[in-house]
Design a protein around this ligand. Structure first.
Ligand code: 5GP
Length: 180
């Protein structure tokens, strides 16, 4: 069982569902009559995107980028390699970057630069989790799910060594599991 490796649940499945619904409603209002593209970052952002997409009631398209970052969680370097770029141009479109978690902000900063170069009409960020205490780069977040403390969290798409993504809640791993 995956759940035995969890020290505590920070955000429950119900809390996530309610918050995602509200964010979806807000996005639907803000982008009514606009051409909206949700850009998700593989692989962590997958589950949030899937739920958020279904909470949005206006026409919307999706696209994906995949990156690999050098350095472990503790020393996010901001040195990011683009493994997969967008499938279609976003020139003149309204892009909403959908992220799982923003920590130092270095990864997002890189992604924003890369997307800005494609000349979208607008570019905003929607993140499920915000670990703002660790922020290095100042970023403007248009939509945010939850603030989280400076703890390593897993579940709802977020992994540890590629596992725990399928947990339906956001939880904190037991210290001995991280050390193992
Ligand atoms: P940043 O560049 O903002 O420091 O790092 C962002 C990336 O680090 C996230 O997209 C995620 O992949 C990873 N990350 C940061 N904090 C956590 C965390 O608490 N749990 C997990 N699973 N990944 C995290």
């Amino acid at each position: 069982m995956l759940q035995k490796d969890i020290e505590k649940i920070l955000i429950t499945e119900n809390q996530i569902r309610d918050r995602v619904k509200t964010i979806g409603e807000n996005i639907s209002k803000d982008y009514a009559d606009k051409e909206l593209v949700l850009v998700s970052i593989l692989r962590g952002g997958l589950i949030f995107l899937a739920d958020l997409l279904r909470a949005i009631t206006i026409p919307v398209t999706i696209d994906f980028m995949a990156i690999s970052s050098y350095g472990g969680y503790a020393e996010s370097s901001g040195v990011v390699q683009l493994i997969k770029d967008l499938g279609e141009p976003v020139l003149g479109k309204n892009v909403l970057l959908v992220e799982d978690i923003i920590d130092t902000g270095l990864t997002l900063n890189y992604l924003m630069q890369s997307l800005k170069a494609k000349q979208p009409l607008t570019l905003e960020v929607c993140t499920l989790l915000d670990k703002s205490v660790r922020r290095i780069v100042d970023l403007d977040l248009a939509y945010k799910g939850f603030d989280v403390p400076d703890l390593f969290v897993v579940g709802y798409g977020l992994d540890f060594n590629q596992k725990y993504r399928n947990l339906p809640f956001i939880g904190v791993l037991r210290e001995d599991v991280i050390q193992r």
